[in-house]
Ligand binder design. Structure first.
Ligand SMILES: *[C@@H]1O[C@H](CO)[C@@H](O)[C@H](O)[C@H]1NC(C)=O
Length: 366
């Protein structure tokens, strides 16, 4: 073998070993979870197949997405989804009336509810009219869309207002709303199909991005991320927080209010896999639901009956930046599988999951 061939082959070998080492580390085989919770916790009845993302209004009304079916789901998973009779829905919970539990909101208007597979969620509150609009990422069978609904409090229904569909909306994950008709969203993966999706995930290709819709045009404002996940805006709307899934971080950006452009401010590495950040509407602090052992979450994503651990982290927000990280909750999977989000309101917390239940906890430790 010539010397050059040897150099080429050994370099290639090192690249492969390096990638495998990174993959194995990312999987989290070496990690272990010791349970703790901030107070008594119980399941909220009625939620059996996920509570992936939560949007909580300043008055304590919470909207929860359920029945996630990602375009990248395996055929085995799809079959289970159909066999279990799962349907995409938005649950409602009022932090001011926790005893009332959750209710599934009826959707009105010209909207195909059998092609509704909700993922990320956010709201827009019109200060003048008092109207509440709910924006939801929807993985339709043929394409992804952002659906806009108006919440009708009198009869607890969602009135479908409009669907946002565009080439810029590819395989999206979450939405952060900046106005009645403008929002950021994350393009999670580049490939919508299961095969190329898996390829992208296992090669850890950073093909994800953040885009902004200003009411007229779609524009990519950040790119080069591996599976950019949940988004949240600070209370004053001047900062945007993004969680970068797998063994990731929270990235903090300052917004240019007129153009939607983002300026990088801070990155907080988490050594866990954060999913959706939310802002506590009463304190302005940030919470994130995470999956501490991602290989276990991959198993839950293959079959929702496989347990996997859950974790909630809390960060103080000062002038937009994050400090003082506290772990509010962690569970090895004996109670809650793969938490994806948490929402704090006073001394209560909801913890949502990718495809498991919804937990309500009293918070006595913060
Ligand atoms: C609603 O969605 C289902 C599932 O994708 C599809 O089979 C059906 O044709 C759709 N109905 C209409 C009226 O578009």
């Amino acid at each position: 073998m010539g010397i050059y061939l040897k150099i080429v082959l050994s370099s290639l070998f090192l690249v492969v070993v390096q990638h495998l080492a990174r993959l194995i580390y990312t999987c989290g085989f070496h990690k272990h979870v010791y349970n703790h919770q901030p107070g008594p916790c119980k399941y909220l009845d009625g939620v059996e197949f996920g509570s992936e993302d939560i949007a909580t209004l300043p008055d304590g009304k919470a909207f929860i997405t359920s029945g996630l079916l990602m375009p990248s789901a395996s055929s085995h998973y799809r079959q289970r989804y159909i066999d279990s009779g799962v349907r995409g829905q938005i649950f409602f919970f009022d932090f001011k009336s926790p005893g009332s539990g959750v209710t599934s909101l009826t959707i009105q208007g010209n909207f195909n509810t059998s092609d509704f597979h909700p993922h990320g969620i956010d709201y827009w509150l019109d200060e003048i009219s008092g109207k509440v609009y709910i924006f939801v990422v929807n993985h339709r069978q043929k394409m992804d869309a952002v659906e806009k609904f108006e919440f009708v409090p009198s009869d607890k229904t969602l009135k479908h207002v409009q669907s946002y569909i565009d080439h810029a909306i590819h395989f999206i994950n979450d939405v952060a709303v900046t106005g009645e008709n403008s929002f950021y969203f994350t393009n999670f993966l580049n490939s919508r199909g299961p095969f190329w999706g898996i390829f992208e995930i296992y090669l850890m290709l950073p093909l994800g991005s953040i885009s902004y819709f200003d009411g007229k045009y779609y524009e990519t404002v950040e790119e080069g991320y591996l599976m950019p996940n949940g988004l949240a805006l600070s209370q004053d709307q001047r900062y945007l927080y993004m969680a970068t899934s797998v063994n990731g971080a929270i990235k903090v950006f300052k917004r240019q209010p007129n153009t939607g452009q983002l300026i990088f401010v801070q990155e907080v590495k988490l050594y866990t896999s954060p999913d959706n950040p939310t802002i506590d509407p009463l304190t302005g602090h940030l919470l994130v639901g995470a999956q501490p052992i991602i290989i276990k979450t991959a198993q839950t994503l293959e079959d929702p009956r496989n347990p996997s651990p859950s974790q909630v982290l809390h960060f103080e927000v000062n002038e937009g930046t994050l400090s003082k990280t506290t772990e509010l909750y962690i569970n090895d999977g004996s109670v809650l599988y793969s938490s994806s989000v948490a929402s704090l309101y006073g001394n209560q917390m909801l913890i949502g999951t990718i495809n498991h239940k919804l937990l309500h906890c009293e918070v006595r430790t913060l």
